[in-house]
Design a binder for this molecule. Sequence first.
Ligand code: G3D
Ligand code: MG
Length: 186
Amino acid sequence: MSRIPDEEKRFDAVYKLVTLGEAAVGKTSLVNKYVTGKFDRDYHRTLGIDISTYDAKIDPQLFKLLIWDLAGQDIFRDLRTRYCQGASGGILVFDLSRPQTLETIPRWVDAFREAVGPEPLLILLGNKADLEKNRKITRAQGEKIAKDLNLFQYQETSAKTGHQVTAAFNTLATMIYKSHQSRKIH
Ligand code: G3D
Ligand code: MG
């Protein structure tokens, strides 16, 4: 009988999450802020796939999150499928000051669901909420898209100030856990 290392036993679940959305909406900054608590102004644009691991203690659960972060280029097809495979959830991001980054959200949702099916949960984040004077999308518009696409939540975030960043990632992890629990019961 093989032994499970103590370290692995501590986790209630291990989830792969992927970031999705157009270039420069703040995907890498959001992950960075969540995982390190910092906002790095000089952060270099991601060239490939970064995988950050984060132990999220969301009382009473402890989750290990593997957050995959792809460069924002339109490199769909093969990579998209492999990138999304095995994901328990996705973080869709658009920029509140650039409407075209919201317009392509349905494509990202389709791509994700084609790769992993309908079950993994998706959260939609309208990012750069700190740039209030540049805002072009209202909260109601974001909420409507989330509802129309059957996403479980819409939140407005700022990777710069940290506004709603921890809440968004933690909510996603908790909702994934709850949905898996309810599937076990039914
Ligand atoms: P991406 O991973 O989606 O491509 P990045 O996006 O995280 O690389 O961010 C793109 C640019 O937006 C970066 O600026 C970053 O600092 C900025 N940014 C990200 N999130 C926020 C936010 O919440 N508020 C503000 N004001 N800026 C944000 P640079 O200048 O480095 O390209
Ligand atoms: Mg990036």
